[in-house]
Write a protein that binds this ligand. Sequence first.
Ligand code: OAD
Ligand code: ZN
Length: 248
Amino acid sequence: QERTALARSIARADSVVAMTGAGVSTASGIPDFRSEDGIWTKYDPDDFHISRFRADPEGFWRERVEMVREVFGGDVVPNAAHEALADLEAAGHLDTLVTQNVDGLHQAAGNEDPIEIHGNGRRVVCTECDHRFDVGPVMERVEDGEAPPTCTRCGGLLKPDVVLFGERLPRDDLVRARTVSRNADVFLAVGSSLTVEPAASLPRHAVESGGTLCIVNLDPTDLSDIATYDFRADVAELLPGLVEDLSR
Ligand code: OAD
Ligand code: ZN
């Protein structure tokens, strides 16, 4: 069976890299972006553009607070997909985890040092002095009417510490992600439509360097053609199964 074959490839590999997308967090109650109930059905991607933030930081922050309250409303905790990726890492089967998600759930599940190429929404960053703060208290200040919120150290404008459209990815993280992708014997692309660059190029780099690409996603992805394994499956089911295969 396919999954057993993948488990053998992983067991043999010197280097395994996984890259996750919003699909690993849907079972935690966070919608993805491009599915039927995705975030882009309710919110306009243009409102997540850096030019919108610069032009109207007050409006940006007010909408942000509303979106975060709706999307992260309840207590959001890791699901079986996050747990499985943490198990793989703990068992020595996963060398590097790259994530496009900004929800911080991989750390919550126990992955040591995921490369967060789109940043982390649990933090805000000062656009003047680069100091980072927890998002929680800042959200409260915005709800109390302080919009846009400013830095308590220098008075600069605060921005969520995530990559907005039109912004560059954090350079060091991207370089590191590219390097590990080129060196990967097995690259697992899970829960991502693989449509947003430059993240979508990472699995391509792995294949170009001779690595085996495995995709796990409910919908077909842009890179399904070049994948050795292409599972049309729920990550919260397939990944725990893979962990089980590897522990036999
Ligand atoms: P998308 O919404 O584009 O893709 C998520 C994919 O996950 C979809 O193809 C779903 O079919 C699949 N999916 C959902 N739940 C699943 C499950 N339980 N099991 C398996 N697959 C499932 O989200 P991303 O690819 O992460 O960028 O989007 C990439 C980037 O686009 C995001 O990081 C964000 C957005 O613009 C920034 O914020 C910079
Ligand atoms: Zn500052």
